[in-house]
Design a protein around this ligand. Structure first.
Ligand code: ZN
Ligand code: ZN
Length: 343
């Protein structure tokens, strides 16, 4: 049996590379040789010792089980998850909300069939987005969570050059928000407390960067918007205080997208917070598959796209990559499954 390398979390702050079998594609699933693996929230699993091995990737199709939507040699971005492909959510492009995900182990025979911290993975052909010529695997892979969630939110909110956008939290998702907002020509306010990320947001073109601990943050935002408030808020930090800030500074008839996951309760007063402000509050996880053409346009045309990527490591340096990820002194970190230390 042919084998491949796979990076696994083996305990609290512990990782190792193991040799393991290459999964076999069947039906409309294809085998992808992985060339870029963006890290997302895996550092949280690494800190707690919980096994979780990625959901973002870009690579090359190397084997198909049957003729379909992609062919051997195609360069593709791998969309997350294993949705059914048949339900109304899947058919309408909202596959991330599918309620009938495949049981990967049952279907592929291996539990890691859907992991992305690997040299090869299998995926349904319709969840592979072609990468235009001239775009690197690393940049293309930002079409996963780097740009995806905020792109989806801005599509839903119709963010344009007439808008002022507030982005709370500037991890990789929030930084992607800055890239998306600047691509659309919007004025962009960022709230972030980690100095590295404050600087990164400025470098990407954020017009105003504020610290969430600043006691005058509300008045500064109101002043910046001519006492009107923000048109569109994107909450990516997953903090209740930031959710509250968005509700407080959004303008009348403004919009808020909650993107950062949060385990705490947000207290909402229906009248002053919603009814009398007339605001629209939405949850945003990812983006509709019909947005892939546009998101590739952002990647190919944005002059700042590569600045989102702050670290690239060979996959055997995953320990170091997760350590940096956990410090928050980074933008997007990308692993390269086929490079070793010497390169
Ligand atoms: Zn489905
Ligand atoms: Zn992700």
């Amino acid at each position: 049996m042919k084998t491949m390398k796979r990076a696994v979390i083996t305990g609290q702050k512990q990782t190792m590379l193991i040799d393991t079998g290459i999964p076999t594609p069947k039906e409309n699933w294809v085998l992808v040789k992985v060339h870029a693996v963006p890290l997302c929230t895996e550092y949280k699993s690494w800190l707690s010792g919980h096994e979780y091995h990625g959901h973002e990737a870009a690579g090359e199709v190397v084997q198909v089980a049957q003729p379909g939507k992609v062919k051997v040699g195609d360069r593709v971005v791998v969309m997350p998850g294993a949705p059914c492909g048949k339900c109304p959510y899947c058919i309408s492009g909202e596959y991330i909300h599918c309620q009938h995900f495949y049981d990967i182990e049952d279907f592929t025979g291996v539990a890691y069939g859907g992991d992305t911290h690997v040299q090869y993975l299998i995926k349904q052909d319709w969840l592979l987005v072609p990468i235009p010529d001239g775009i690197s695997y690393e940049s293309a892979s930002l079409a996963c969570c780097g740009l995806g969630p905020t792109f989806g939110a801005m599509e839903n909110m119709n963010v344009s050059a007439t808008d002022t956008v507030l982005i709370t939290g500037c991890g990789a998702v929030g930084l992607g928000g800055v890239v998306n907002a600047k691509y659309r020509g919007a004025r962009t306010i960022v709230v972030e407390q980690v100095p590295y990320r404050q600087l990164k947001a400025s470098e990407l073109g954020a017009d105003l960067v504020l610290d969430p601990n600043d006691p005058d943050i509300r008045s500064k935002i109101m002043q910046y918007t001519g006492s009107i408030g923000v048109d569109a808020c994107l909450e990516t930090s997953g903090r209740v205080e930031a959710q509250r800030l968005c509700i407080d500074v959004v303008r009348q008839k403004g919009q808020i997208a909650l993107i950062g996951e949060c385990g705490e309760d947000l207290t909402i007063k229906a009248s002053p917070d919603f009814i009398r402000k007339g605001i629209l509050l939405m949850g945003q996880w990812h983006y509709n598959l019909n947005g892939t053409f546009k998101i590739m346009k952002v990647i190919s045309e944005s002059p700042i796209i590569e600045k989102m990527i702050t670290h690239v490591f060979p996959m055997n340096k995953i320990q170091e990559a997760l350590e940096i990820s956990a410090t928050h002194a980074c933008g997007k970190i990308i692993l390269k499954p086929w490079e070793d230390d010497e390169k």
